[in-house]
Design a protein around this ligand. Structure first.
Ligand SMILES: O=C(O)C1=C[C@@H](OP(=O)(O)O)[C@@H](O)[C@H](O)C1
Ligand SMILES: C=C(OP(=O)(O)O)C(=O)O
Length: 431
């Protein structure tokens, strides 16, 4: 794969999209499965795994913590072994989480649950601004010693581990459901039962994914009752082999492309809404409503539970038949970037009428302004979602009219996104 340029002009599709798109494995499932495999005793092979920056960070961290992670990118497998060597280092261990929210939250919980050792965890500058305090508070209530050498409640962290002691605690996971997922996954390793009382709202889809994957790895956690989880100390019993589902969020770009260029794509292995572990599969239902709406009427969609996919729709909203209102977005202001503000800025750059509120965006289509370069703010989803918009043949002559600044940010979850887009464009025009 040749390196992507600093600014990438997107070549419009000359023909409707056709063919098959092989999706990468799910980021959320790969990083959860790596952690859960590390908590087992026997070797575990993950197949269909995602190979990207976020999963590389997770695998590298687990190796730094002592276990073996063998990666075979050609076969898309990750094999976790030598779990007995975890946490055996006598010197402090440095763990780098980059901008990976999953790695950041899951590894913080894992290190705090370690029986011994000193762990220094840090990420990139933007990661130092992402919410951590709910998890830090909860882990401290369970006996963890966590020092924040910078700003209290944010990375970098220094953890002096001595295991988790159990007990009744409160957790505020309103800023990120990953804070709760992280705690749930390590809670069974505590020396006594843990009761987690949630304070504030939680987005449930990714928590359900966590609970269901934990069950596949041998630990059954009853669903929350009145916002309370009860977790008894239980040993993980991972399967020898575990298959990762294709990434439902990554699928959203390819599901959106036919709305932009026509045609149809097949996405082998993608689970239909409600049939797999990923809530983002419900994006297909949003697209069905987009296609069913009467011209000129408002499309009003709550993306709170599937917010990673909101950019996929927002970026192509200039091409839709009426205004689009997208709600449920407040928490996305604290992700890779402030996604609400960034999306408003980029859509306005393209001439769109955008109303930005704390929790929502309302986009009324206006004629697209060509020859603009989309800023990506270090956020993979800006690069990919506007990459799909650029496939629209705005001038009708196949000439690029939209460019993406720093397209390589897609490496966070989908390193070959733009080469795959080229391939699909080629295959579509071959017919
Ligand atoms: O648990 C997970 O795997 C994820 C949870 C969501 O994060 P928040 O709960 O922080 O919104 C989502 O945006 C992220 O991409 C993956
Ligand atoms: C929010 C996202 O990632 P993270 O896992 O870093 O939170 C995302 O992938 O859209």
């Amino acid at each position: 794969m040749s390196p992507l340029p600093e600014v990438l002009p997107i070549v419009p599709f000359p023909a409707p999209a056709r063919g098959e798109v092989v999706l990468p494995g799910s980021k959320s499932l790969t990083n959860r499965a790596l952690l859960l495999a590390a908590l087992g005793r026997e070797p575990v092979t993950l197949s269909g795994a995602l190979f990207s920056e976020d999963t590389h960070l997770m695998a590298t961290a687990l190796r730094a913590l002592g276990c073996t992670v063998e990666a075979d990118e050609a076969a898309l497998t990750l094999r976790v072994a030598d779990q007995a060597k975890l946490f055996t280092a006598t010197a402090p261990v440095d763990v780098f989480v980059g901008l990976a929210g999953t790695a950041a939250r899951f590894l913080t919980a894992l290190c705090a649950a370690a029986p011994r050792g000193v762990y220094r965890i840090d990420g990139v500058e933007q990661m130092r601004k992402r919410p951590m305090s709910g998890l830090i508070d909860a882990l401290r209530q369970l006996g963890a010693e966590i020092i924040c050498p910078g700003e209290e409640g944010f990375f970098p962290l220094e953890i002096h581990a001595r295991g988790l002691r159990g007990g009744a605690i409160e957790l505020d996971a309103s800023a990120s459901s990953q804070l709760l997922s992280a705690l749930l996954m390590v809670a069974p390793t505590a020396t006594a039962p843990i009761d987690i009382q949630l304070v504030g709202q939680v987005r449930w889809t990714f928590v359900e994914m966590t609970r269901r994957l934990m069950a596949e790895f041998g630990v059954h956690v009853p669903a929350a009752s009145d916002g309370r989880f009860h977790l008894a100390p239980t040993a993980y019993a991972p399967p020898t082999d575990h298959v990762i589902e294709p990434d439902a969020t990554a699928a959203s770009y390819w599901q959106t492309l036919p709305l932009v260029v026509g045609g149809e794509l097949t996405l082998p292995g993608l689970r239909a809404p409600g049939t797999g572990l990923q809530g983002d599969a419900a994006y297909a239902e949003v697209l069905a409503r987009v296609q069913a709406r009467a011209t000129g009427t408002l499309l009003d969609e709550d993306f709170r539970e599937i917010s990673d996919t909101f950019l996929s729709l927002a970026a192509i909203s200039p091409l839709l038949d009426g205004p689009t209102r997208i709600t449920g977005l407040t928490h996305t202001r604290h992700q890779e970037t402030d996604r609400v503000a960034g999306m408003a800025t980029e859509l306005r750059r393209l001439g769109q009428d955008v109303i930005e509120e704390e929790d929502s965006l309302t986009i009324t289509p206006r004629p697209l302004v060509p020859d603009q370069t989309i800023e990506t703010y270090g956020d993979h989803r800006f690069a990919m979602s506007f990459g799909i918009l650029g496939c629209h043949d705005l001038r009708g002559d196949g000439s690029p009219w939209l460019s993406i600044h720093h397209p390589a940010v897609c490496a966070k979850t989908f390193p070959h996104f733009f080469s795959l887009l080229d391939h699909v464009r080629q295959k579509s025009s071959d017919r």
